[in-house]
Design a protein around this ligand. Sequence first.
Ligand SMILES: CC(C)(COP(=O)(O)OP(=O)(O)OC[C@H]1O[C@@H](n2cnc3c(N)ncnc32)[C@H](O)[C@@H]1OP(=O)(O)O)[C@@H](O)C(=O)NCCC(=O)NCCS
Length: 222
Amino acid sequence: MLRRRSGTPATGPGNPVHPWVVPCQHDAMDARTLSNGTLWLSPPTVHDIDTITACCREPSIGEWTTMPVPYERADAEKFVFDIVTPGWADRAPTWALRPAEHGPVLGMIGLGPLYLPRRDRDTAEIGFWLSPEARGRGLMTQAVDLVCRAAFDLTGFAFERLEWRAIIGNHASAAVARSSGFHYEGRLRGGGVQRGVRRDLWVASRLHTDPAGPADGWPPGV
Ligand SMILES: CC(C)(COP(=O)(O)OP(=O)(O)OC[C@H]1O[C@@H](n2cnc3c(N)ncnc32)[C@H](O)[C@@H]1OP(=O)(O)O)[C@@H](O)C(=O)NCCC(=O)NCCS
């Protein structure tokens, strides 16, 4: 479940951002820019604020995430300045999905901290959304694949476990998680709070040892 993160972990204090590389089709790139030649992921910037605002006003995004409804321009400003920027300095990176290296924002994907109850620094929660115009083309599955490679890279973020959580009934998100190698683990009753209302969640995970590609074992109807 994509959460509004209030400042979170890419590389912690004493662990400066280093130019680690993610294998991709053409060049070695650092973690801030990931690409498979079709899709580009890079941090959202101040220039993306109007597009993010327009995208996040789309009802299906509010329906399945904890983002504010109604979504105001100030929410996108807060996201870029208070979540994205500190997140990259604290092992909680956010990337915008783009159709070209400097193209417009199509969606967002990020890794946030998990507290169990103290922060588990080897685990992150993955969250994402796509504008409706960009859906139905498998772009989010490609983005999750790129982010998983970066997340598990031992010379980079080196996470051991990524967790996916979604409000029960979010079949499109579950399809992305399943296609991206996440293994279904069950339901968390009242596991999340969406704008003041406690919601049941589905939960799945991918470990650094799990292969990419569709995972087995998802129950019918999820
Ligand atoms: C989740 C999201 C990123 C998926 O985007 P997408 O991959 O382009 O969506 P698609 O339309 O291609 O659907 C992906 C899969 O879900 C399936 N799907 C889509 N809508 C569905 C629905 N209502 N019921 C069941 N399956 C659905 C598609 O058939 C597809 O399956 P496939 O991979 O086996 O072909 C997008 O729907 C979204 O941004 N939703 C709103 C925000 C959100 O839910 N974020 C995730 C929070 S956990």
